[in-house]
Ligand binder design. Structure first.
Ligand SMILES: *Cc1c(COP(=O)(O)O)cnc(C)c1O
Length: 346
């Protein structure tokens, strides 16, 4: 190894998906792939997930959704929830992407594009359950649903889902969100068939609060083995990625690795423990292109330093590092520069 690598464990991803699926107990897993599959790389992640039997994928935007469609073929479900331009909507409709719709204006545009193209738009309507991050307010919901139903009757839309997003920060807020969500489903069911895809929860609530789950759970973090910051370990789940960098220079006091803040390693991580061939050492300082590690006996150029990784002598995971600087494991992984090679290892 000459350069830093983000090593990816295929077995860990397969095992995590199996553990999460078992925990979901019949509720369908939608694997969330935003931010280049949380920094793991879209292609590798999707190919591995297909082996694990995943048939439903969530991408933030249509562009990413189209990339997923190319990888998964025509049958798997691909859901994209960011409001998109008409051009992207056209491509999404032609490629059979399910669209998350959280405004009346976006619904109107999708219906118009589906009419123009002569296709059926598959949509999941979003109710605002308190986060105020896109989503239709309860008072506007009946007319929103009526709009979708009339497009359905005209043969240009299929109302496949009702969904929302919750903060997963307080049980009480999440309970209130669920009440609003269930109410939206009830109103929707009064005007026709109940949509098959009902989804509210992401990793934490899907795992810890089964009573909040609908028929689908949108899960990213836990599948990648990223536990919640300050949250407990998860049975059967371990980090997929390890970040490893070779020593490029050594003197009496320190070893230098070629990995710095420009590569996405936050300089505030100085002081964290990392794994070295001589045991755990402190990361002393992070500069733009390099970082310094406390030296160990016999340290030499080419030795491997593990910034994070399962079962290593350093910090155990991206989340443990993240907790030091008050952020979440996703943040550590998604900030890593694409220049750092993603290397499948098992
Ligand atoms: C990121 C995201 C998820 C997945 O969240 P995790 O906590 O990583 O499982 C689910 N739904 C939406 C809308 C998201 O933006």
């Amino acid at each position: 190894m000459k350069h830093p690598e983000l090593r990816l464990s295929r077995h860990a991803l397969l095992d995590n998906i199996a553990a999460v699926s078992a925990r979901l107990d019949g509720c369908e897993l939608m694997l969330v792939l935003k931010d280049d599959a949380y920094g793991h790389g879209l292609t590798w992640t999707v190919e591995t997930a297909l082996v694990a039997g995943v048939t439903s994928f969530g991408s933030y935007d249509v562009r990413g959704g189209l990339d997923v469609r190319r990888l998964v073929g025509p049958d798997a479900r691909v859901f994209a929830w960011a409001t998109s331009s008409d051009e992207e909507v056209d491509e999404a409709l032609l490629q059979g992407i399910d669209l998350g719709v959280g405004t009346e204006e976006y619904l109107r545009r999708i219906v118009a594009r589906a009419e123009a193209l002569g296709v059926v738009a598959r949509v999941h309507l979003k109710i605002d359950t308190g986060l105020h991050r896109n989503g239709v307010l309860p008072e506007d919901w009946p007319s929103f649903v009526a709009h979708a139903r009339s497009a359905e009757a005209a043969g240009v839309l299929s109302l496949d889902g009702v969904w929302s997003h919750i903060a997963e920060a307080s049980d009480r807020d999440d309970d209130e969100a669920q009440a609003a969500f269930l109410d939206a489903i009830r109103v929707t069911a009064e005007s026709g068939d109940t949509p098959t895809s009902l989804h509210l929860t992401a990793s934490a609530a899907s795992w810890w609060r089964p009573e909040l789950r609908g028929t689908v759970a949108r899960i990213g973090a836990f599948c990648y083995g990223i536990r919640s910051a300050d949250g407990p370990e998860l049975e059967g789940v371990r980090p997929v990625a390890s970040l490893v960098a070779p020593v490029t220079a050594v003197d009496d006091e320190r070893a230098v690795i070629e990995l710095g803040s420009f590569d996405g390693l936050p300089s505030t991580l100085a002081g964290a423990a990392v794994g070295t061939p001589g045991g755990t050492r402190r990361l002393e300082r992070i500069d733009p292109f390099t970082a310094r590690v406390e030296v160990w006996p016999g340290a030499s150029v080419g030795d491997e330093v593990t910034l994070f990784g399962p079962g290593e002598a350093g910090e155990s995971s991206a989340t443990t590092l993240a907790e030091r600087i008050d952020t979440v494991g996703e943040e550590i992984l998604t900030r890593l520069s694409p220049r750092i090679r993603r290397v499948p290892v098992d």
